[in-house]
Design a protein around this ligand. Sequence first.
Ligand code: GLY
Length: 375
Amino acid sequence: MSESHTIIIGGGIMGLSIAWRLAREGQRVTLLERGEVGQAASRVAAGMLAASAEVGYEEFELYALCRESLRRWPSFAKQIEADSGLQVDYRSNGTLIVAHDRDAAVALQRGYDFQKEQGYPVEWLTKAETLDVEPFLSPRIVASVRASEDHAVDNRMVLKGLRKAAESFGTDILEHCEVEHIDLSGTGVTVRAKDGRTAEGSTVVISAGPWSRQFSGIKAEYLPPVRPVKGQILELRMERPFELTHVIRGAKAYLVPRSDNRLIVGATSEEMGFDVRKTAGGVYSVLDGAWEMVPGIYDLELVSVDVGLRPGSRDHQPIVGFCEDRRVFIATGHYRHGVILSAVTATEAASSIISGNDSAVFEYFTPKRFQGEAS
Ligand code: GLY
């Protein structure tokens, strides 16, 4: 039997974190990235660890997965910090889901009733209570729901930390290395990049976000059904007296403060294929939604606009696990939940690859549900 060696295709938060978890267990890992690691959707994110605030009605399995990942995040963050020497700005100030008018308040109440019924850790705050905890919210807001356990992290620092940590344990990272072919005809796996470079291993992990379908050589049904969902996100700079402590979410936008006074405001959700243009309409709609809740952003400096492509699967649920050919492991389709789900995905994926066993946590999210094998 050949030495175990995992080839990871894609250097976003999934690929990097799986590489790090495997490498710190002493596994040999090579990661191939079509561009530069940590520069696509995982970078263009706000870093919300929002189980209660972001998961929708009836998404019970996804909610349980997000809660499990949230539970693992504090130690995951501490380990990244310890292994890399970088700080990831884990903030536990909580999230406020804000109703900016009466219509939004009716929707908020409906969502809150459902969340309470399901036992989510949320509490209703009146207008006065909301303004008391976040004075820079608009005096026109009607009410809010506080999700104290929905935290946030600086995803860009997480990506830098993961790279440093993975490399410190010996992961080989090849950038500008666009894989086009996966060969399973021998006993192991050989992947070949467009420029002719090859890598050989015992397992291949496909974690290339919306680019996870672009490989020849393997069965078409193994290619995860993901598509790009464009998100435009902005960075503002907070200046005193302006201040926010919670993550603020509304129907049309969210605002995520960082400890270094950056304020991330997002995001559009657009079905535009692989288009990555920044548009006036995208920036306008995000700012308009944010301004309705927090009018004081009007005077803040607009530092940057970025565009990312989330990997949305057909059912908007992650796709994680072995294919029928257990040399192929899929980890993509995390859609709006990539940052929060990286902790549980990376730890479970690494133990599955090392042990050869399926993860019970990801049973519902198996790639086999798209391969005519789901029970
Ligand atoms: N999770 C936030 C977003 O996808 O915009």
